[in-house]
Ligand binder design. Structure first.
Ligand SMILES: Cc1cc2nc3c(=O)[nH]c(=O)nc-3n(C[C@H](O)[C@H](O)[C@H](O)COP(=O)(O)OP(=O)(O)OC[C@H]3O[C@@H](n4cnc5c(N)ncnc54)[C@H](O)[C@@H]3O)c2cc1C
Length: 386
């Protein structure tokens, strides 16, 4: 087992971090205050070739490995870029792009991946509904085949990139009786008849990403927009996407913790109380040490999943372990970071305050912490020896 990153990945990591620090991070505070999706950040991600990272070159991507993709997402967040931007990027590249790349037809890949890779189109992923969150397979949206189209009826809730998205990978029941074996995935373009987007939700954090409901009122989806096999959407598209989501897409939390550690260390050295830098107090040093341990352990867990994905291995349990540990660690780290900053940590001008609001989503989205524990226990009990 070699824990050293290959030289070319280290170079890539450095270049992405430098670019994000110089170009994107300076916007973080202002766009968060305005709760505004940043087209400038989007152009920068596109210019750096980051929007289509894992897609093959023939479709406009960079053919980056899952590890390189994970490291890019970590590096952008480590530069201090806001959580909403990295969330929008993840929903676009990982949640919309990856399933089209891995399970799409040649026509779908040719039509959609180049537009996603260059940022001309923005993608999103619609699984959650108003009445089905953790129990996602109980969704109520239906898709009925009529001639050469599917007619979708129902709604989705909490969809990242809803207000700005041009296409969405959407899940709907094609055979209600079959439960999770009767759900299909579709690529729905914004302009399809019967599709509409609801009002933006006003969120606690990740405020530069847009979150909306989606509505399907006899929405007409051409049959060639069925993604993967009919009835297998939940088990193939959903499973593949969620493994990426629970590793690669949480990499910004690892980068964010590293950014926060740098901020805390600098502040602890500068801030004086009782005639000494607060960094000299053991209580503060313990917090810094706890943050460092959380970062190192989190990083190993997400890199492990990336390496398993590169080898084509299923990583259901490992991705859930990573997701659970990283997101819960990030919430604890955010809490300690605000504590180190004292009253200043509670004020908008300091990035630890933004991090505190942004990271909570980690324990909720892509399956809550309770759901990750259910998956880990179920996978463990299925494996030999338990
Ligand atoms: C900002 C934001 C962006 C999002 N983006 C997307 C997106 O792009 N696409 C998308 O499809 N979804 C998205 N989501 C939805 C997200 O994935 C869901 O919110 C999440 O899956 C939880 O579902 P829920 O909110 O309905 O909670 P519920 O499922 O109602 O859960 C409520 C509570 O009950 C607990 N619970 C539920 N079942 C069990 C059980 N069996 N045992 C123990 N505890 C249980 C949960 O852990 C939680 O604590 C987003 C959500 C937010 C807030």
């Amino acid at each position: 087992m070699n824990f050293n990153l290959p030289e070319e990945i280290k170079e890539f990591q450095k270049a992405v971090h430098k670019f994000a620090k110089e170009r994107m991070a300076p916007r973080a505070e202002a766009i968060d205050a305005k709760a505004e999706f940043s087209r400038e950040n989007w152009r920068d991600l596109s210019e750096m070739g980051l929007l289509g990272l894992p897609f093959p070159e023939e479709y406009g991507g960079t053919a980056a490995s899952p590890l390189a993709t994970t490291i890019a997402m970590e590096s952008v967040a480590r530069a201090g870029v806001d959580g909403g931007t990295t969330l929008a990027w993840g929903a676009h590249t990982i949640l919309a792009g990856v399933p089209i790349w891995l399970l799409g037809s040649n026509r779908q890949k040719e039509r959609y991946l180049p537009k996603l890779a260059n940022g001309e189109w923005i993608g999103g992923f619609g699984l959650t509904e108003p009445d089905s969150g953790s129990d996602a397979a109980s969704l109520r949206t239906t898709a009925e085949k009529k001639g050469d189209r599917y007619i979708l009826n129902g709604s989705k809730m909490f969809i990242t990139n809803g207000a700005v998205g041009d296409l969405f990978v959407v899940f709907a029941a094609t055979d209600k009786k079959k439960g999770n074996r009767g759900i299909s995935a579709f690529i729905v373009e914004r302009g399809f008849a019967g599709f509409s987007v609801g009002e933006e939700l006003n969120k606690m954090g990740n405020r530069t990403s847009t979150t909306t409901p989606l509505y399907f009122d006899n929405c007409e989806v051409p049959e060639e927009n069925l993604l993967g096999q009919e009835n297998m959407g939940f088990l193939s598209v959903g499973k593949e996407t969620l493994e990426w989501e629970r590793s690669c897409m949480i990499a910004p939390l690892v980068g964010g913790m590293e950014f926060v550690l740098e901020e805390c260390t600098r502040y602890a050295k500068e801030r004086k109380q009782f005639g000494s830098s607060i960094a000299n107090f053991q209580a503060i040093q313990h917090k810094l040490a706890d943050i460092k341990v959380a970062i190192e352990a989190s990083r190993l867990l997400i890199y492990r999943v990336a390496c398993m994905k590169a080898r084509g291995q299923s990583a259901m349990m490992e991705a859930s372990i990573a997701k659970l540990f990283v997101t819960e660690s990030a919430v604890r780290v955010a809490n300690e970071a605000v504590q180190i900053f004292g009253g200043y940590g509670y004020i908008h001008d300091y990035p630890v305050e933004r991090f505190y609001r942004d990271v909570k989503l980690g324990t909720l989205g892509a399956g809550t912490s309770e759901v990750q524990k259910m998956i880990i226990a179920a996978e463990m009990l299925k494996r030999k020896g338990f």
